[in-house]
Ligand binder design. Structure first.
Ligand code: PMP
Length: 393
């Protein structure tokens, strides 16, 4: 390990992960020192750990407006998504064996779904070109008996929001027995999020996108929803996820979540201002830029294509100034194009599935904000883009 992180003037890759908040570090230190017991132990040391774990669960539940026994700790959103898909389907093997999902899900959902397809389940992907979730395709899809719908809340590369409430309304009308899962990884702690109001049965959240630690997430499972487990063992987490609980990670996750949820509106306003500043600054710094994000999307994620510019070269250039953004491009080794209706083979070709041509994908960057991001950092990025263009022109 190096003794120092590279210089960092503007970390603008918060959709990938976030710096750990001081409140989360404090909560974790405290739990590691004072609640290191096994929550299942039937003595005072165990009970102390159990109390910290349950307090963390209760705080997360209150952020979501649900009950504590509906929150199951996982190692992150990946595990929660895997369990949501597989655990829900395996508990319903005698049903229709059909899954409806969007074409823009995270790999942890698409690959879980693909796993079910290999086991004989049928799958339909709903198109979401230019951020327009194809509701009529979706309604037609529900005409066939369906076991599970899994559609995310906020798309992680583009910031587009999916019409979760409309999806649930269509489910209620056309296929009331179908379960709805929502991967809310990029929404939790950032935009208002209430599983009950949305009416979903399963919802995924994670710690490290909101200033919590990596390695912990949670799955909300509406009470009464029958699920199979993917992790057999000592029966922790009501038997759904065995393994001695990561008490200190749960404490850090809950502390970060509480901070994010208490300041959600202020932080959202800040993100809106940063997005507006970036987009108006780009009109001057790079008038040719194509903004892939939408007005009605999450302001925390801005995807921009800069035609003629290599995103890798730009990321490298910005890195020399301590400015960090993400490429968010389609994998260049993949197929030249993904025809409409075709599903991606090995790589998450979200940008192409979203209707953005491959060539533009290689010129696309994703800028993502945290509550701590400042306007000055956005200005640094704009200056970096301007200078990069000048140097390479
Ligand atoms: N879903 C979405 C939408 C994500 O953005 C991510 C993180 N890139 C994940 C799932 C996986 O999260 P985790 O790292 O907690 O497993």
């Amino acid at each position: 390990m190096t003794d120092k992180l590279p210089s960092c003037n503007a970390y603008l890759d918060n959709a990938a992960t976030t710096p750990t908040l001081p409140c989360a570090i404090d909560a974790m230190n405290d739990a590691m020192r004072n609640a290191w017991g096994n929550p299942s132990s039937a003595h005072a040391i165990g009970r102390e750990a159990k109390a910290v774990l349950e307090s963390a669960r209760a705080r997360l539940a209150s952020c979501l407006g649900v009950d504590a026994d509906e929150i199951y700790f996982m190692s992150g959103a990946t595990e929660a998504n895997n369990l949501a898909v597989r655990g829900a389907c395996m508990a319903r093997k005698k049903e229709s064996r059909r899954i409806v999902t969007s074409s823009l899900e995270h790999a942890s959902v698409t690959r879980s779904v693909r796993g079910m397809r290999r086991e004989g389940w049928s799958v339909e992907h709903i198109e979401d070109i230019a951020g327009e979730f194809d509701m009529s395709q979706f309604r037609r899809a529900l005409a066939k008996p369906t076991t599970l719908i899994t559609v995310m809340r906020v798309q992680n590369e583009l910031g587009w929001t999916m019409p979760t409430a409309d999806i649930v309304a269509a489910r209620n009308e056309l296929s009331p027995h179908t379960l709805v899962h929502c991967d809310a990884t990029q929404a939790f702690g950032k935009i208002p999020l209430s599983p009950r109001e949305l009416g979903v049965d399963l919802l995924t959240i994670t710690g490290h996108k909101i200033g919590g630690p990596r390695g912990i997430g949670a799955l909300y499972v509406k009470r009464g929803t029958n699920m199979f487990t993917n992790a057999f063992g000592g029966g922790q987490e009501q038997g759904l996820r065995s393994g001695t609980e990561a008490v200190f990670l749960a404490a850090g996750f809950a502390a970060a979540a509480q901070e994010a949820c208490e300041n959600l509106e202020t932080n959202l306003d800040n993100a809106r201002e940063l997005k507006a500043r970036l987009l108006s600054g780009l009109r001057d710094a790079a008038p040719e830029a194509i903004v892939n994000s939408r007005e009605d999307g999450s302001p925390y994620i801005v995807s921009v294509s800069l035609p003629g510019i290599s995103n890798q070269a730009l990321v490298d250039f910005l890195g020399t100034r301590g400015i960090y953004v993400s490429k968010a491009s389609a994998c260049t080794n993949n197929h030249a194009s993904v025809p409409k209706g075709t599903w991606r083979k090995k790589h998450p070709l979200s940008l192409q599935a979203a209707g953005i041509p491959l060539e533009l994908g290689k010129s696309t960057i994703r800028v993502s904000f945290a509550p701590s991001t400042t306007p000055a950092q956005v200005d640094m990025l704009l200056e970096g883009i301007r200078d990069f263009k000048w140097q390479t022109s």
